[in-house]
Design a protein around this ligand. Structure first.
Ligand code: FES
Length: 148
């Protein structure tokens, strides 16, 4: 494979693989946490949204909760200190696990996309993502998993 072919194939892979939204939103690494399961749901401290960089405290847009007791991860997006969304990372088209790309979720199977509030922004999926109520108390966010 010559250089020109390599560059051409790499660009096609990036575009078709949905990497552009990720590249536009920057290189901030996705932060994963397991959370703490309880009788009604799962809790995470607000501090999961902050990190230190060059002695400055910065805020993450989102985190992903991955826990052995969950069939799919949960994407938690922070709109403000008191407003969050919690979305089930299961595509409503055919059930593939979604990938987070900044303030959007992308399906690697057939290209569906969802907003940070779970609304379909690009098909073939037609239904919005399952979302969960969130209770913000002091420094803890609790995601209520009782809702079906
Ligand atoms: S399973 Fe997600 S778009 Fe088909």
């Amino acid at each position: 494979m010559n250089r020109r072919t390599f560059v051409k194939q790499t660009c096609i892979t990036c575009v078709s693989g949905g990497l552009i939204p990720f590249l536009i939103t920057g290189c901030q690494a996705t932060h994963y946490t397991s959370g703490l399961m309880n009788a009604t749901g799962i809790s995470v401290p607000k501090s999961e949204f902050t990190y230190l960089k060059k002695e400055q405290t910065l805020t993450r847009q989102y985190i992903i909760i991955q826990n052995d007791k969950l069939e799919f991860p949960i994407y938690v997006y922070r709109f403000s200190d008191t407003e969050y969304s919690a979305l089930w990372m299961k595509c409503t088209h055919q059930g593939a696990e979604l990938q987070a790309a900044g303030d959007a979720l992308h399906c690697p199977s057939h290209g569906s996309e969802f907003t940070n509030k779970g609304a379909v922004s690009n098909g073939p999926a037609e239904k919005n993502l399952r979302s969960f109520p969130i209770i913000v108390q002091n420094e803890t966010i609790t995601i209520d998993l009782r809702q079906s």
